[in-house]
Design a protein around this ligand. Structure first.
Ligand SMILES: [Zn+2]
Length: 502
């Protein structure tokens, strides 16, 4: 790239004592120089006038499934359909398109008046086509109806399938990708679409949870067309032993694409009542369950430690977090040199919190969950009663010395929506200052992948990953209303909002 100067902007650093930056020089993908006086700007370098807008470091979204999001974007969206007939017409209109299956998602019968499910069975969908597989997945993701052709592709041993009607429930509905595997063409397009959506939202780095096949495709795209977004890949634990025998350790790769670590699931979710809790869910006997034995967990941790592999551990319920913090205490060095991280930690007890702080475990949280589920009367309160007041306690964790990083989990993909959740948290244990919320999505996110000296702040010699906003993020009470005008990665403009010129 040619050197370029960004000027006439407010450079927001989220530092305690903000420096008065007047302009920055970008060169070779880096922030090469910072100017504190306008009069010192050199004459012979190209300049971009940012017209008084606001520049912040690019966001790191620390928990994404952006490829899955890109697949979803290629499916037929039934959310706006007003009736079953609407859905059928929409599916029919896509019948002769060049798609392998007709996959309609997000239908929601709650607005359809007097709809009865017996009107929608495999026979209904067979009338559209018997030659192509057809899937209609409900908006919750936990239920789907399929035609006979699709049904025949589902292994006979799978339970929770009603073969008479073509109804699929829970796991099988949620994980249809495992049976109806997207083609490479679809996956490559998904990477493109997912990237575009991430960039639009100011994300310059994703921590993507993925598998070897998708990781390989990311490498291919990087080599041929170039990846447009930086990606730290966390491979799911199913492949842990393959990764071990391949000999790679965390950090293998470069600034655009690297292997970051292994993702392990310890429990489910609050919404599905499968996150492991100390006390049962409201009006229910279930307490959720921990999905892996302690022995197995210890084996993975020891091998990860011996082979320099960072672990990303999904732990939502207080019982799970209690267990994993004890297991870590017994098995890792208290400085946590590999920076193992815990995902979600929606609720935890004081003793786990102390252990996590003592061992320097990183806690990766989703502030958007507050907006979705933590309102009074919302899902958390319905399922957990009073306990919902203690959930997503970002502030309390930060105050106890824990490093909290933020990610969206693609619900939806986009930091500003979530940051607003952290500012508006209904309880003081969770409410954050603007600076703290942005830092968890920038500087601290970079720390999680050992990149704190490379990105996450506006400083000399950092990667030139920057976002231009139309409003002052430090003053705006509703960050979700801020518009993203421009995104730069390695000093190159990778996204520009329509009608924005310079
Ligand atoms: Zn996730």
């Amino acid at each position: 790239m040619h050197p370029v100067i960004l000027y006439n902007a407010h450079f927001i650093t989220f530092k305690k004592r903000p420096p008065n930056i007047q302009a920055i020089l970008l060169n070779n993908g880096l922030i090469e120089k910072i100017y504190f006086k306008k009069s010192l700007l050199p004459q012979n370098i190209k300049k971009i006038n940012l017209k008084g807008n606001y520049v912040i470091p690019g966001f790191t979204d620390c928990h994404t499934h952006f490829i899955a999001r890109g697949i979803e974007l290629q499916r037929i969206d039934l959310e706006k359909c007003k009736s079953l007939n609407d859905c059928i017409e929409k599916l029919q209109s896509e019948l002769y398109e060049n798609n392998e299956i007709l996959f309609g998602s997000n239908w929601d019968e709650t607005g359809w008046g007097s709809f009865k499910l017996d009107k929608l069975t495999k026979h209904t969908l067979d009338k559209i086509s018997k030659k192509k597989s057809i899937i209609m997945r409900r908006i919750c993701g936990h239920f789907a109806v399929v035609n006979t052709r699709a049904l025949n592709l589902i292994p006979q041993n799978r339970k929770i399938v009603d073969r008479e009607n073509g109804y699929l429930y829970e796991d099988i509905a949620l994980n249809l990708d495992e049976i109806f595997k997207p083609s490479n063409v679809m996956l490559e397009k998904a990477i493109k679409l997912g990237t575009t959506e991430a960039l639009k939202n100011g994300i310059t780095t994703v921590h993507e949870i993925t598998d070897p096949r998708r990781f390989r495709l990311l490498q291919k795209i990087k080599k041929t067309k170039g990846l447009k977004i930086r990606c730290a890949a966390y491979i799911t634990s199913k492949y842990f032993y393959d990764v071990l025998s391949s000999g790679i350790s965390s950090g293998f790769g470069d600034d655009f694409l690297k292997f970051a670590g292994i993702k392990i699931f310890l429990d489910g979710s609050v919404g599905a009542k499968t996150a492991a809790m100390t006390k049962p869910y409201n009006y229910s006997r279930t307490k959720g369950k921990i999905l892996i034995t302690i022995r197995k967990l210890e084996d993975i941790i020891r091998k990860a430690e011996d082979n320099s592999i960072q672990l990303m551990i999904h732990s939502i319920g207080d019982r799970t977090t209690d267990t994993i913090s004890r297991v870590f205490e017994r098995n890792i060095d208290k400085e946590n040199p590999l920076r193992h991280r815990l995902e979600h930690i929606e609720i935890l007890n004081t003793s786990s919190m102390r252990k996590i702080a003592k061992m320097n475990l990183i806690v990766s949280m989703q502030p958007n969950f507050v907006r979705r589920w933590q309102k009074p009367g919302g899902m958390y309160e319905q399922y957990l009663g009073k306990r919902y007041r203690e959930m997503n306690c970002f502030k309390k964790l930060l105050d106890s010395g824990i490093r909290v990083i933020f990610g969206s989990d693609c619900m939806p993909l986009g930091p500003l929506y979530g940051i607003q959740g952290a500012l508006e948290h209904p309880f003081s244990c969770g409410r954050l200052s603007t600076c703290a919320a942005f830092r968890a999505y920038t500087k601290d996110g970079a720390y999680a992948t050992f990149d704190e000296n490379k990105k996450g702040t506006i400083d000399t010699n950092k990667l030139a990953d920057l976002v231009v906003l139309d409003k002052n993020p430090l003053k705006e009470k509703e960050p979700d209303k801020i518009k993203i005008l421009m995104v730069l990665i390695a000093g190159k403009i990778v996204y520009r909002r329509a009608n924005v010129s310079h």
